[in-house]
Design a protein around this ligand. Structure first.
Ligand SMILES: [Zn+2]
Ligand SMILES: [Zn+2]
Length: 234
C-alpha cells in the first residue's frame, strides 16, 4: 500500500515540495524525486522510433513502414510509444488501471507530452464505457492526456463515447479483440479537417485504437496518431 499516496499526503507534497520524501514507485527507495527514482528511470526500456514501423510502432528494419501496414494500412497514420511493454513497464501500466495512482499517471502523461511532437489540434483520451468508469472512478487515459492538454491542445473529453461495454481484451487473440471492439466508439464532435492525437496506456494488437481511429475519421479527422505509454512487442 506504500505506493498509494493519500490525497492529503499528495496535497502536502505538492504544496510543500521536499517536505516528505517520495518512495520510488518501482523500487521503494526514498528520495527527493517525482514518482520514480533516477536509477529506475534510467533502466526503463525506451521504445526506439528508429527501430520501429512509424505506423504501428512494431519493430521494423531501419524505421521503415512494415509489410503488414503496407498491405493492410490501418486507419491511423502513426503510433508513438514511450516504452516497450516489458518488465518493469507492465507494473506501471497495471498500476494505472487498477489503483488510484494519479501521480504516476501525471508523471507518465508528462513523458507522453515530451514525445508527442507538434501539429495536433485535438487530443482524445480513449474513453471507458460509463459502467467501467463508474467502477474504476477515473479514466487512466484521460489522466495521461492532461499534460498534453496543458500545452494548449484541445482536450476532447465528452465528444467521444464508448457506446458498448466490451468484455476485457485480456487473453483474446487479435481477431477476437477486433470483433470485441469494432463499432464500439461514437464520435459526437465535428472533427472536420482536424489532426487528432489519441492517448492510451498500452497498445497490444491495436484493435481498440483501430476502432477509435475509424470513428474519428468518419467524424472528419484528417490525421490520426496514437500516443501510448507502452507498445507490446509482437
Ligand atoms: Zn526506483
Ligand atoms: Zn507497421
Amino acid at each position: 500500500m506504500s505506493n498509494l499516496i493519500s490525497p492529503f499526503r499528495e496535497t502536502i507534497r505538492r504544496t510543500i515540495p521536499r517536505l516528505i520524501p517520495v518512495e520510488c514507485f518501482l523500487c521503494g527507495a526514498e528520495g527527493e524525486f517525482d514518482v520514480l527514482c533516477p536509477a529506475c528511470i534510467a533502466v526503463l526500456p525506451r521504445w526506439r522510433r528508429g527501430d520501429a514501423c512509424p505506423i504501428c510502432a512494431l519493430p521494423a528494419t531501419a524505421g521503415r513502414t512494415c509489410a503488414r501496414c503496407i498491405s493492410r494500412p490501418p486507419p491511423f497514420d502513426a503510433t508513438i510509444a514511450v516504452y516497450d511493454y516489458v518488465f518493469p513497464v507492465g507494473q506501471l501500466v497495471h498500476a494505472l488501471k487498477y489503483r488510484t495512482a494519479l501521480d504516476l499517471a501525471a508523471w507518465l502523461g508528462a513523458r507522453l507530452a515530451e514525445c508527442a511532437g507538434a501539429g495536433w489540434d485535438i487530443v482524445v483520451p480513449v474513453p471507458l464505457h460509463r459502467g467501467r468508469l463508474r467502477e474504476r472512478g477515473f479514466n487512466q487515459s484521460l489522466e495521461l492526456a492532461r499534460p498534453l492538454a496543458r500545452r494548449g491542445i484541445r482536450l476532447l473529453r465528452d465528444g467521444v463515447v464508448r457506446s458498448r461495454a466490451t468484455p476485457s481484451q485480456a487473453g483474446l487473440d487479435a481477431r477476437a479483440r477486433w470483433r470485441n471492439v469494432r463499432g464500439t466508439f461514437d464520435v459526437e464532435a465535428d472533427l472536420e479537417g482536424c489532426s487528432v492525437v489519441v492517448v492510451d496506456d498500452v497498445m497490444t494488437t491495436g484493435a481498440t485504437l483501430r476502432a477509435l481511429a475509424l470513428a474519428l475519421r468518419r467524424a472528419g479527422a484528417v490525421r490520426v496518431a496514437n500516443l501510448v505509454v507502452a507498445r507490446t512487442p509482437q
